[in-house]
Write a protein that binds this ligand. Structure first.
Ligand code: KIV
Length: 271
């Protein structure tokens, strides 16, 4: 067995490729997907990261929040996605209560990597001990700060985080500490664009924004929001890419291009 160029997995993007995009200032595109058909389509459109988000609890399963999603749900959807993509890097969410201790997190992260085929797991909040435990075991971790949907019952509503200077300072400090604990990537959700710009400049790892302004290293959207599917109101930070597109593939390609050229997000999609 060789890990050199004959390796069949070499076609898949790796964390090194994503780091290289950050270093050379090329924006990184990311979309959520939960099934094989959309995974293949998104991959073919050139999107670099597919996030199997626990947002599937809302957009696929029809719940009001992401809280009911189980680790078996996540493994199932991660497997659907990973077996259909050829190139995109795949991150899967650790769902609510699946990382209450480092040991529990390790067992569940193993499921996402071994059975789900994910290349990285994502968890919400400043759980430095969990992150360093996973990283020491060889599990790549993506942090998630700002709006934390799994904490919706504490927050009361899905609102912008870090508007006050003390909150902003805490998010920046948590981001730096997550990086020190070993996260390889960070998602910043619903924070003021200026704060996201500052965090992106201070971190050496890729920072992917959603409702976090144009200066992050990359952008992520929930697929169903940007395709304008669903009964709910589209969040302000999202955009209907079906408008002006002849097909779903065209809409996803338009999103990819808009991220690469920094046409998205514009001021109207930022806070
Ligand atoms: O679950 C998800 O889709 C997410 C994104 C909103 C970043 O975590």
């Amino acid at each position: 067995m060789t890990y050199l160029s004959q390796d069949l997995s070499a076609a898949l993007l790796t964390i090194n490729d994503l780091n290289a995009l950050k270093r050379r200032g090329e924006k990184i595109s990311c979309l959520t997907a939960y099934d094989a058909s959309f995974s293949a389509l998104i991959d073919a459109a050139g999107i670099e990261i597919i996030l199997v988000g626990d947002s599937l609890g809302m957009v696929v399963q029809g719940h009001d929040t992401t809280l009911p999603v189980s680790i078996s749900d996540m493994v199932y959807h991660a497997r659907c996605v990973t077996q259909a993509r050829k190139r995109a890097f795949v991150i899967a969410d650790l769902p609510f209560m699946s990382y209450v201790t480092p040991a529990v997190a390790a067992q569940n992260a193993a499921k996402l990597l071994q059975s789900g085929g994910a290349q990285m797991v994502k968890l919400e909040g400043p759980h430095f001990d969990v992150v360093s435990f996973l990283v020491a075991l060889g599990v790549p971790v993506c942090g998630h700060l700002g709006l934390l949907p799994q904490s919706i019952n504490q927050l009361g509503s899905y609102k912008v985080q870090g508007k006050e200077s003390n909150e902003a300072a805490k998010i920046l400090a948590d981001a730096l500490q997550l990086q020190a604990a070993g996260v390889s990537m960070l998602v910043l959700e619903c924070v003021p664009a200026g704060l996201a710009k500052e965090i992106t400049a201070q971190l050496s790892i890729p920072v992917i924004g959603i409702g976090a302004g144009v200066d992050c290293d990359g952008q992520v959207l929930v697929l169903y929001d940007m395709l304008d599917v669903g009964a709910g109101k589209r969040p302000r930070f999202s955009k209907n890419f079906m408008e002006g597109s002849a097909s779903i593939f065209d809409a996803v390609s338009a999103y990819h291009l808009a991220v690469k050229t920094q046409q998205f997000p514009s001021v109207e999609h930022s806070f």
